[in-house]
Design a protein around this ligand. Structure first.
Ligand code: G4P
Length: 528
């Protein structure tokens, strides 16, 4: 295959705490990639998470949410695939899974607030996978934490070596610009150019006369602090970055489209291209000529009435060509794919060809699940696509008992989409829904009614958490199952789970049954 086709691809996601600036950074990147004419296109989406009802109204416009899930654009001869992560914290599981489909991430933190809880959680996942992370300290046009303290804070919070590649000169009202270490240049900040491709003036050399004139009375202090940073901070090491041991740090203001060019310029140089992926059948290299990929996300399509969904497939090796046949490994079925969609910065178009690192959308009529593998070669299952134990639980019931079947079908499909998880207790007819945030329950009610015609009610239930249970010792597992039968359930994928009523209840059972593994995370195996 043409090796250039994949080495020049960079697939990444932006992670941040809500309001740190993820949408704004995305928008400016698309602007820099000339994928949008004026900044503002992505912003329309933002209102989608303001309130539940707004969010649902936007979800009706399914086209918008599907197309903004993956944005492909070209920057400096590099094809960039930017994968969106859900704006609302309730959908964090979707975000975790998106992280399995990227090769690196950019973390945006608010310059005044530093690392916030949601970012901390997401970064833990990146660390687990040794995924490379570039950090952008945003909103420097507002009063921000002192940059040295920020680096300290980032290192402590994220437990990762940080290397500033740009350095802010002041912040807020006194924000003068950034210093770019590798070029020894100052990029001057000017307000009011955020919506255009404005080229900010550059001063060559920190010790130049122009720099002295520009910085005036602040010159000595600024030059001294930059020299100090140069000496005291770690030096950038691309290997340390690419193996997730070091994070390069940039400073800027996304709103003013300032500092983003420097970030993107470096990103295309240092971010890893498509990485090898582990399967139960060995490691798949992106250079491999046999097509393979996995599903990391399923999303309802434009027309909810048709229950058509788009399954997002990350290509791991080989080339997708329109009309090609591939094997859906879990079902052992050949599939001819002639209508996959691709995502050229916001608009859907049919792809003729796609390469490792690219995402294609397969039309799914309920047969494809998250975690499924597709290949043209021998059977394999990609590893590492997680499902986490939910934190909130409700019993679900239909208002009209004659609609029980609709409820069952709907719940199963929504759980396959990853919207929520379902648990069927072994000894009761109940259906328990598990979610990470309350908004997910509201979404389920809405979609069950809209798409499946089942009006449902949620009732509280006394479940504190669930654990997936397994054991090498099958006899012990049977003993355990008989003993705690009333607290066992089967999840949507047919896996045995223990429903704990409280933390002490879980601890007690774990202590009593040391031969049983209680897992808060399950890999979505594709062979179920
Ligand atoms: P998110 O996707 O991470 O949730 O954040 P988003 O980009 O939507 O930004 C959150 C708010 O922060 C927005 O303001 C946005 O304009 C602002 N913002 C983003 N980057 C910067 C920056 O560099 N400097 C400053 N000063 N503000 C920034 P908002 O008032 O919530 O929305 P809007 O009215 O501006 O659309």
């Amino acid at each position: 295959m043409n090796s250039e086709s994949h080495t020049q691809r960079k697939t990444f996601a932006i992670i941040s705490h809500p309001d740190a600036g993820k949408t704004t950074v995305t928008e400016k990147m698309l602007l820099l990639g000339k994928a949008i004419q004026m900044a503002g296109t992505v912003r329309a989406k933002k209102s989608s998470r303001q309130t539940t009802s707004d969010w649902m109204a936007m979800e009706r416009e399914r086209g918008i949410s599907v197309t903004t899930s993956v944005m492909q654009f070209l920057y400096k001869e590099t094809v960039i695939n930017l994968l969106d992560t859900p704006g609302h914290a309730d959908f964090s599981e979707d975000t975790y899974r998106t992280l399995t489909a990227v090769d690196s991430t950019i973390m945006v933190v608010d310059g005044a607030k530093g690392v916030e809880p949601r970012t901390r959680k997401l970064i833990e996942v990146c660390r687990m996978r040794d995924s490379p992370v570039i950090t952008l300290v945003n909103k420097l046009d507002r009063e921000s934490l002192d940059a040295l303290s920020m680096i300290d804070h980032l290192e402590n919070e994220l437990n990762i070596e940080c290397v500033p590649l740009t350095w802010p000169i002041g912040s807020g009202r006194s924000f003068l610009g950034i210093y770019r270490f590798d070029q020894d240049e100052i990029i001057q900040f000017k307000r009011g150019h955020g919506a255009t491709l404005y080229e900010y003036p550059i001063i060559q050399g920190l010790h130049s006369d122009a720099a002295k004139e520009f910085l005036g009375l602040m010159y000595a202090e600024v030059a001294e602090s930059i020299e100090l940073v140069n000496e005291a901070c770690n030096t950038f090491d691309i290997e340390a970055y690419q193996t997730g041991q070091q994070s390069p740090v940039f400073f800027g203001s996304a709103l003013q489209n300032f500092g983003i060019t420097e970030l993107l310029d470096k990103f295309v140089l240092i971010a890893p291209g498509p990485q090898p992926r582990e399967t139960d059948n060995g490691v798949i290299e992106p250079e491999g000529s046999t097509f393979s990929g996995f599903i990391f996300k399923i999303q309802a399509n434009m027309n909810p009435k048709h229950r058509d969904r788009i399954a997002f497939l990350r290509i791991c090796s080989g080339i997708y060509r329109k009309g090609m046949k591939m094997k859906h490994v879990r079902l052992g079925r050949e599939l001819k794919v002639s209508d996959a969609v691709t995502f050229m910065a916001g608009s859907r178009a049919q792809v003729e060809e796609a390469y490792p690192g690219d995402i294609i959308g397969l039309h799914n009529h309920g047969t494809i699940r998250i975690g499924d593998s597709f290949t043209q070669g021998s059977d394999l299952h990609f590893r590492g696509i997680p499902s986490f134990a939910p934190e909130l639980f409700r019993k679900v019931r239909v208002k009209d008992p004659t609609h029980a079947k609709r409820l069952k079908t709907g719940m199963l499909q929504l759980s396959e989409e990853g919207v929520t998880q379902i648990f069927n207790p072994v000894t009761k007819q109940d259906m328990i829904v598990g979610a990470i945030g309350v908004l997910q329950f509201e979404l389920v009610v809405f979609r069950l009614q809209e798409e499946y015609g089942a009006e449902c009610i949620f009732e509280p239930c006394d479940i504190f958490t669930v654990r997936w249970v397994s054991s090498e010792d099958t006899e012990k597992l049977t003993q355990f199952s008989n003993r705690v039968r009333n607290q066992l359930a089967v999840d949507g994928g047919g896996h045995l789970t223990f429903l704990a009523t409280s933390r002490p209840n879980l601890q007690l059972v774990q202590e009593r049954w040391p031969e049983i593994q209680f897992s808060a995370m399950r890999e979505l195996a594709t062979s179920e």
